[in-house]
Design a protein around this ligand. Structure first.
Ligand code: FER
Length: 544
């Protein structure tokens, strides 16, 4: 992506060299005769919100002059900015129409906009598109049609700007209607046309020349760079140049779509997830077995051992989500894999084989060690454990630099049982920049005074981090008869009242859940089922 953004002064230079006086008028008049001309410099010029939308003039952005019309509060794609044409145009006559539009919010890098006419044919309301274009976020684009005929018999005519989908705000500026054939000047470029790097609406040799220059240029911003990424790989690279060459020479007629796989998979969350035990055979050996590997590493708390579960058919060329799962007090890094009441590797194997869980890496470290305790493990996690494990195994971390570990936090989870849960709340408090998902099981937060104080301690840490409540997700659980229940439950009740924690197990809506398993006590034999219930809920949010 960096490359994409670094392209354009070169493009601008080439643009200047190649375009010249390109916007010549089709009609041979010096001053076009405008039947309508709206600049929004001194008001809304008769424009109104369509549907529930609002319009107002703004000086935040303008295509021409210093103001534009800003359209917001849209609740449907057909909501937009409109003007009634009354007697401006006549049914059956042909005119030139032009408007300029821009949007700068929302996730989509490009969006389809329509310049539409609404009219009555005497009995029904009809809609006809004057011009449409897929435009590039953050850039002004012109929607124009120099020869548009108002349908014969039309009355109650209005024109408006709308989107094909979505409800993002947008700007409109310099709307004009002129005589048939008039080339109305408007924004150059701003349209998403793969290959149209030198923005003139066609993909030709000039774009190829421009692409060659762009590929050797660097360190400059490129307004049309998204058009240079013809294969949609998110990067402008040699492959794009090769494809563009083939396209311009007629060897290919369309560009391949190399859009990268989405980084997260969709999931059908239940909003109020109830405790459900894993099937009994999930703790028996699975026919598709993953692997548990012992690893030795040195840390700020001395030389230590941890275990790494890699799924069946683990492929170091692929990227895996990773879950760090901490044992309880008096236990160790072996606890999760080598006891009758755990054997979670078998459970993971079955879940993955049956499609209930995406293949992932699970790590069981320990907080035991020189000066080590549950409450300070977050230090070692940051300093040693994550860099060691993710330097060796293939996760979403592009490298073990803190920057890359942060960038991959929505693919990293941390959880633990009892004192491991104590360590989890501490990781939440101190390492939220590295971890996106948390699974505290049967243990409260040791920090802050009383239930409110504990919740407040965590909320304050969130505020300090600057993350929004769409960027961290907590699935807590315990048994109703667990000795930790009286500690955790009041803390959860206080957290529920805070805006940092929105309570539901539907993580597309909220970010915090507490599952209580009826009758269960403080024992891995029960707690492993909480992992079975909670882990599939992780890794489906983008953190955006
Ligand atoms: C709790 C958190 C941790 C709790 C117990 C522990 C009783 C751990 C105890 C131990 O390992 O001794 O909320 O509740």
């Amino acid at each position: 992506m960096k490359k994409l953004l670094s392209l354009a002064a070169a493009a601008m230079t080439v643009t200047a060299a190649l375009t010249g006086p390109s916007a010549t008028s089709l009609a041979e008049t010096d001053a076009p005769n405008y039947l309508l001309s709206c600049s929004f410099e001194s008001g809304e010029d008769g424009w109104t919100g369509r549907g529930g939308a609002s319009v107002e003039t703004t000086s935040k952005s303008a295509f021409a002059g210093s103001k534009a019309l800003y359209c917001s509060n849209r609740s449907d794609s057909w909501n937009g900015a409109a003007i009634s044409l009354e007697s401006t145009v006549s049914a059956g006559s042909t005119y030139s129409f032009s408007t300029n539009v821009k949007y700068e919010s929302g996730k989509k890098e490009t969006a389809l906009y329509h310049f539409t006419m609404q009219y009555s044919d005497g009995s029904d309301t009809k809609y006809v598109k004057i011009a449409s274009a897929t435009i590039i976020k953050g850039e002004w684009a012109q929607l124009t049609n120099p020869c548009f005929t108002v349908p014969a018999g039309a009355s109650d005519i209005s024109i408006y700007v709308e989107t094909a989908t979505g409800t993002t705000d947008f700007y409109v500026d310099d709307v004009k209607i002129a005589d048939e054939g008039t080339a109305i000047e408007g924004a150059k470029g701003g349209k998403y046309i793969p290959g149209d790097i030198l923005p003139d609406g066609v993909v030709d040799t000039f774009d190829l020349i421009c692409a060659r220059k762009l590929l050797v240029a660097s360190d400059q911003p490129a307004p049309q760079s998204i058009n240079a990424d013809v294969d949609k790989s998110t990067e402008f690279a040699v492959n794009d140049l090769v494809l563009l060459d083939e396209y311009v020479s007629g060897k290919i007629t369309e560009f391949p779509d190399n859009t990268p796989e989405p980084e997260v998979t969709p999931f059908e969350y239940e909003a109020n997830k109830q405790f459900k035990e894993a099937p009994g055979n999930y703790f028996q050996r699975c026919e598709q077995q993953g692997k548990v590997t012992q690893e030795n590493y040195s840390s700020i708390r001395g030389n230590k051992t941890l275990y790494v579960y890699t799924p069946y058919n683990y492929d170091p060329e692929k990227k895996y989500n990773i879950f760090y799962l901490m044992h309880g007090g008096g236990e160790n890094e072996k606890t999760l894999f080598f006891q009758d009441d755990t054997m979670i590797q078998n459970m993971l194997d079955h879940m993955i084989m049956n499609g209930e869980l995406e293949p992932l890496i699970v790590v069981t470290p320990t907080f035991n060690g020189q000066g080590g305790e549950a409450a300070n493990f977050y230090e070692e996690l940051r300093a040693n454990v994550i860099p060691f494990v993710e330097g060796k195994y293939s996760t979403y971390a592009e490298s073990t630099s803190e920057e890359d570990i942060r960038a991959s936090r929505m693919h990293r989870a941390y959880g633990g049982f009892s004192m491991g849960s104590v360590s989890t709340w501490q990781v939440f408090k101190n390492d939220i920049d590295l971890v996106g998902y948390f699974m505290p099981l049967s243990g409260d937060h040791w920090g802050g005074n009383g239930a409110y104080g504990k919740a407040k301690d965590l909320a304050d840490a969130v505020d300090k981090s600057g993350f929004t409540n769409r960027q961290y997700f907590i699935f807590a659980a315990t048994g109703s008869d667990d000795i930790a229940y009286p500690n955790v439950n009041p803390q959860v009740d206080e957290m529920k009242k805070m805006s940092q924690f929105k309570f539901t197990s539907d993580f597309s809506e909220g970010n915090f859940y507490f599952m209580v398993a009826p009758g269960k006590t403080h024992w891995w034999g029960y707690v492993r089922h909480y992992v079975y219930d909670a882990l599939p809920y992780f890794f489906h949010e983008t953190g955006e």
